[in-house]
Each structure stands twice: as structure tokens, then as C-alpha cells.
Ligand binder design. Sequence first.
Ligand SMILES: *[C@@H]1O[C@H](CO)[C@@H](O)[C@H](O)[C@H]1NC(C)=O
Length: 221
Amino acid sequence: MKHFIVCVVIIGMCFLHSISISSFSSKEELKVLQASSAEIKQFVFENTHFLKDESACQSIKFFWSFSNFRSRLEKAIAASQRCFFSESFFVEPYGYKMRLTICPDGPPEINFHLSVYAQLLRGRNDDQLVWPFQQKVVFTLVDQQDNTSKTKNIRKALTPTRKGMPRCQQLKFARPSKSHDVNNDVFGIHRFISHLDLKKRRYVRDDTILIQFEVYPPLCD
Ligand SMILES: *[C@@H]1O[C@H](CO)[C@@H](O)[C@H](O)[C@H]1NC(C)=O
């Protein structure tokens, strides 16, 4: 009898515990829905210092030379084509398949800024890879000066997995769906650079901007 009562109490406690967890997570989800497009900003930070152990945390770099910038910006402002995709690429031969997106005039609710995003695509290596994707990525707008000692690049980093990331954010880093041809949502930086700042320095040169995208090895924050 004594044992029976102990079991009932333990099961009851577990039940209460699971209730409190599930009500907590639905509350969190509600908050996320309300946060809408501003949500990603909390995972973005300006990278102002360099990693001490350069050899262990060496990034893999991709460059996207985005030409015809003026006409693409006009198209984006006129909303005839808001965003442009890069070719897809593998981060490593056995790595993630990704592509980049530039929205010269941001997504609909964010104007006067250029936005940059990355996106995980379905790839041949997906079975062997770690999901969700959790490696730090860095977007850089290159200041295309002749004198490289005068360059002032715009460099912004994003680390996908931080404790407490809302579920809808995690989905962007989940394994792309096998069953449908639906792509993962993009992740990136809405207000990467304002149109005003874009006119400064030599961010646009010969009607072209140069975006560098870096992927760091796991655990390089
Ligand atoms: C490049 O800029 C640096 C810093 O302003 C200057 O000291 C250097 O002389 C410049 N080099 C050339 C080749 O103009």
C-alpha cells in the first residue's frame, strides 16, 4: 500500500511537470508569433573582435559578385523583383548545400535597407550531416577600394543555435524536407546596410557589390 501511494505521487508529479512544460512552450510560441519579423535581430551581433585561435576556427569563404546593381535595386523598389538568389553551392564537398539571397530593398516591411540571407537546400550529403545546422556564418559587404589598407568592410555574424531560440527560428536550420519540394526559410540580416550607407565608400563599384559569405566549423562562436 505504501509503495502504491509513492508511485501515484511520483506519476502525479511527472504529470504536473509535463503540463507546466507544455503550457510554457505554447506561451513561448505565442510570444514568437507576436515578435514577427523583428525576431531574428536578437541573434545578430556585430563581430568586432577576431578569434584568437585562427587555425582551429578557419572559415570557408564564398564570394558573390552581384552585378547590375542599379537596375536590380530599381526592380526591388518597384517590387517587380524584390529578391535575387545566388547559384547553389556545397559548403564542402561532403557538406551542406546552400544558396544566398539579396533583397536590395529588403523584405516588404523593411525598406531603404539591403538584406542578405542564406538558405539550406536539400543536398546529397544530408544523411551524414548534423541537424539542425548550428555553425556560425558571417556576411561581409566588401569595400572595393584600390588601396586595401583603406577598406572598411561591413561584417555581420549570425550564430544559429543559442539557448532559447524559438521553434520557428529553429525550423530555418532544420534538415530540409525530404518529402516536398519546399525550401527552408532563409536566415540572415534584414537591415544589413542602409541605402544611405551603401552610397558611401566603394561598396558599389562598376555597378557591382561584392558579398562574402563565411561558414565557420562547429563550435566556433
Ligand atoms: C594606402 O592608404 C594608407 C593609409 O591611408 C597610406 O598610408 C598609403 O600610402 C596608401 N597607399 C597607396 C599606394 O596609396
